[in-house]
Ligand binder design. Structure first.
Ligand code: ZN
Length: 391
């Protein structure tokens, strides 16, 4: 199986599981529809040459990126603060004021609005899941939204800053995608490109198996992210971990010269550490699941009332990868658009935090520890005394 990034043929298997919900950002109006959702197979492969990890059984036709797709984290104060700080840093570092920002995969448009408001910029955003007016006034000018996937037909859409957050890991052919971005920029070295993706080293080293989801056909670490950008003709300006190590962000611009592939050698130390992490993940992932299966069995026996906090991607994986997860009755989410809908595959109803005032759960499982303080405060506010444990 050839690596889709560097064409190396000696890839190795990392992790496999079948019958996983294909779309994690779509919640369903009934339990029946949720359990009948489209499903696919995860078959993760690792390339020892460039470090890229991908799902070789990925089938894009199973996915749904319609307007009912909502994987936005913007209802969380922690995430909103992170996005605001990031927008400010990009604006100040690269002088993005009274300019134009292009966002590929702008979701519901929160980050693009931030960049435009904070910097007095105008914007253009692409996302099939966008809802709302096509043109909105903001910042210095207006924001033009296109309910469409960004692609070859949009290469004439220019921006002084090109952002693409949490999209690249969903793209079946990352090299071709970046080449399209390269053509959009059309040789202008003043244009900055900002991409943000989940950090595969975090997933591997923390055994964060719930971060493995069908929608993500690509998993990048430092090495593979730098490799793919250089291969597509970019010069990497900054590459770092963000959001408690859970994300990787890269800032790049068009490279002056053609890349000769030389950076491979400088990555040999990183690559061997990555290969070790991949091996350790493959070996230990079952041990990560076992205590949860035991816990579910004991909760089922003594009727422990258990809910999950967070109706995002991690929860979909957690509930669908583990057997007996039916013992969990509900999933709490602060995003009102998700409340009253059902989790793909496993079929738990998504409820508002206030529901817990009457339900009084014995245990709340917190899917992402970065929200612990936020969740503790909310539980205190609604007078719910419970055990809050990390997934
Ligand atoms: Zn490769």
């Amino acid at each position: 199986m050839k690596c889709p990034v560097c064409s190396e043929v000696k890839s190795t298997s990392v992790f496999e599981i079948g019958n996983m919900p294909a779309s994690i950002g779509v919640q369903y109006p009934s339990r029946r529809q949720a359990t009948d959702c489209a499903r696919g197979r995860l078959d993760l492969m690792f390339c020892p040459k460039c470090g890229f990890i991908w799902n070789r059984s990925f089938d894009a036709s199973l996915l749904e990126y319609s307007q009912r797709y909502d994987n936005s984290l913007d209802h969380s104060p922690v995430f909103r603060e992170y996005a605001r700080e990031l927008a400010r840093r990009l604006i100040h570092t690269y002088g993005i004021t009274h300019k134009r920002v292009l966002e590929i995969g702008c979701g519901k448009g929160h980050f693009l609005s931030l960049l435009c408001e904070e910097g007095g910029n105008s914007g253009i955003g692409f996302d099939p899941s966008y809802e709302g007016e096509q043109i909105r006034s903001s910042g210095h000018g207006s924001i033009e939204y296109h309910k469409d996937f960004y692609g070859e037909k949009h290469v004439s859409s220019q921006g002084d800053l090109v952002c693409c957050r949490h999209v690249f890991e969903h793209v079946e052919n990352p090299v071709e995608f970046l080449s399209t971005v390269h053509r959009t920029i059309n040789g202008d070295r003043d244009v900055m490109v900002y991409f943000e993706v989940p950090n595969v080293r975090f997933i591997l080293d923390q055994l964060s198996v719930w971060d493995v989801i069908y929608e993500h056909c690509n998993y990048f670490g430092y090495e593979s992210l730098e490799f793919v950008f250089k291969k597509a003709g970019f010069e990497v300006v900054r590459l770092e971990e963000a959001y408690g190590g859970q994300f990787l962000s890269i800032e790049a611009r068009i490279s002056k010269e053609d890349w000769d592939g030389r950076s491979e050698a400088t990555h040999s130390a990183g690559m061997s550490a990555l290969a070790e992490s991949v091996d350790a993940f493959s070996l230990n992932v079952a041990a990560r699941e076992k205590p949860w299966i035991d816990r579910f069995a004991s909760w089922s026996q003594d009727n422990t009332r258990t809910v999950i906090w967070g109706g995002g991607a991690k929860t979909v994986s957690f509930l669908n990868m583990l057997s007996m997860s039916g013992v969990i009755s509900h999933v709490v989410d602060i995003n009102p658009n998700k409340q009253g809908l059902y989790i793909p595959g496993s079929g738990q109803e998504i409820i508002a935090p206030d529901f817990l005032m009457s339900y009084q759960p014995d245990v709340v499982v917190l899917m992402n520890p970065i929200y612990r303080r936020e969740v503790e405060l909310k539980l205190k506010e609604i007078k719910v005394r419970t055990r809050l444990i990390d997934a």
